[in-house]
Design a protein. Structure first.
Length: 457
């Protein structure tokens, strides 16, 4: 099953290789799109293939023509390509992509890297574009204001001033360990890797995966179903308890199906209590409308049960039987209106990627709503550190935790997930490197106890 695992490749960003990479991707995406259209027009009852979505991360959008001699044409159809700057990585939380292209010419940023790896699907690949194959020599991605404030008195600590990034060095060492021989040096290699990616996407989108792969995915789907039933039962049981709030935390590493399960909850609630649904309004809180993509996949899976009540992806409201659904961003003023505070016993608030929100916002939600499900990743690296687990959760008097452990977006053990966890976990990272290199790792994430904090300059 190793060929269906997610992978990472380094491609030197030479003009010829870049142009070829874009042309191959354009051809493959068009082919997948045509297969999807043909399948949708066929008379069988199989669902149409979804598009292979491409995420391109760079400071500026790439400007290449797909077809020779035709200027001004977009490099790949914008329908299935999303471009973001690294600093805007939170915009794609909750989404899924089949290939990610990350231009690391300006350095490797840990937050975007860890977040986007979690969005990569089964058989997907992450392509790193670099002007050099020596990633340790890339510029440091630390903020410029920090680099200007670093002391230059001690050469061993002034890593930013000297142009040396020990995080980049760690990244390069671990890349060599986890992905040996994954440096693309010529057009032939590039064709081989992208053609292989194409084959896996055809199988994935066409649901023609090998039995062993399907068996592992079925285990994850079964776990999701069990956790969903337990969550719904707890929500309904605790709804009648007037003396405490009905608070639940849905935890999982990335790719375990927590957002998809949030989408299934309205249907599961109706199935559990058809005669009198205790919740007449469900509010989803997501970072953006695009971030509702995975939630809506779970929501629309039960479309046949509700006789066409569901509308479409562009809508911010839905009606499923007696339940009114609303999609909101965290700064939507409707979330914290007086009306919601006055009568919210039949309202359920579902917060996706809760760890990415400030603690004060989470506490405000508690003061307005009595029934809430906070869904979040287990290993948070999403702008607010560990505030959710270290500050917010301990402040709750009562809450129930539900955990998803099996990946549903890819298969395990995943080399890309192991790479990211080792890279960003201090203990794993230092244990993975020789002793001499351990002493060189200075920038990055480190655990300090209170004595070390008081004595370390």
């Amino acid at each position: 099953m190793t060929q269906y695992m997610r992978n990472m490749y380094l491609v030197k960003s030479e003009p010829n290789l870049m142009q070829l990479c874009i042309q191959i991707l354009a051809q493959h995406c068009n082919t997948l799109n045509q297969n999807s259209s043909c399948n949708a027009q066929s008379h069988d009852k199989k669902p149409p293939l979804a598009h292979a979505r491409v995420l391109w991360i760079s400071e500026t959008p790439p400007e290449f023509d797909v077809h020779d001699g035709i200027s001004g044409q977009r490099f790949i159809n914008a329908e299935y390509v999303t471009h973001i700057q690294p600093k805007h990585y939170r915009q794609i939380l909750g989404q899924e992509f089949s290939i990610i292209i990350y231009d690391i010419a300006d350095g490797i940023r840990a937050n975007p890297l860890y977040a986007v790896i979690g969005t990569l699907q089964l058989g997907g690949i992450m392509v790193l574009l670099s002007p050099t194959t020596d990633m340790a020599s890339l510029p440091s991605a630390l903020p410029r204001s920090y680099s200007e404030s670093v002391s230059v008195g001690d050469p061993s600590t002034s890593f930013v001033k000297s142009g040396v990034s020990h995080f980049n060095q760690l990244f390069a060492d671990l890349f060599e360990e986890f992905f040996p021989n994954h440096i693309v040096a010529n057009a032939k290699q590039l064709h081989i890797y992208l053609d292989s990616w194409m084959e896996k996407q055809v199988q994935r989108l066409g649901k023609n995966l090998p039995p062993l792969v399907n068996q592992q995915l079925d285990i994850a789907i079964k776990e999701q179903s069990i956790i969903g039933k337990l969550l719904v039962d707890d929500l309904l049981f605790k709804h009648g308890a007037m003396d405490q709030k009905n608070i639940h935390v849905l935890q999982a590493d990335r790719g375990r199906g927590k957002s998809d399960l949030l989408g299934q909850l309205p249907s599961l609630l109706l199935q559990a209590n058809e005669n009198d649904c205790l919740f007449t309004q469900i509010i989803y809180v997501t970072q953006s409308n695009e971030a509702t993509h995975t939630i809506r996949n779970g929501l629309y899976r039960f479309e046949d049960l509700f006789k066409g009540h569901l509308k479409g992806l562009e809508n911010r409201t839905e009606n499923i039987g007696p339940i009114h659904l609303r999609f909101c961003s965290p700064d939507d003023p409707i979330l914290f209106t007086f009306a919601n505070q006055k009568d919210n016993r039949r309202t359920l608030l579902l917060v996706d990627e809760a760890a990415s929100l400030p603690v004060y916002w989470l506490q405000q939600a508690l003061s307005y709503y009595s029934s809430i499900v906070f869904a979040t990743t287990t290993h948070g690296y999403e702008n607010n550190g560990m505030g959710f687990s270290l500050s917010f959760l301990p402040s709750l008097e009562h809450y129930t935790t539900h955990r998803l452990t099996h990946p549903i977006r890819f298969i395990a053990p995943c080399p890309l997930e192991n790479f990211a966890e080792t890279l960003l976990s201090p203990l794993k990272a230092t244990n993975a490197l020789p002793t001499q290199k351990n002493r060189q790792v200075r920038d990055g994430l480190h655990f300090l106890n209170h004595k070390q904090l008081m004595t370390t300059p």
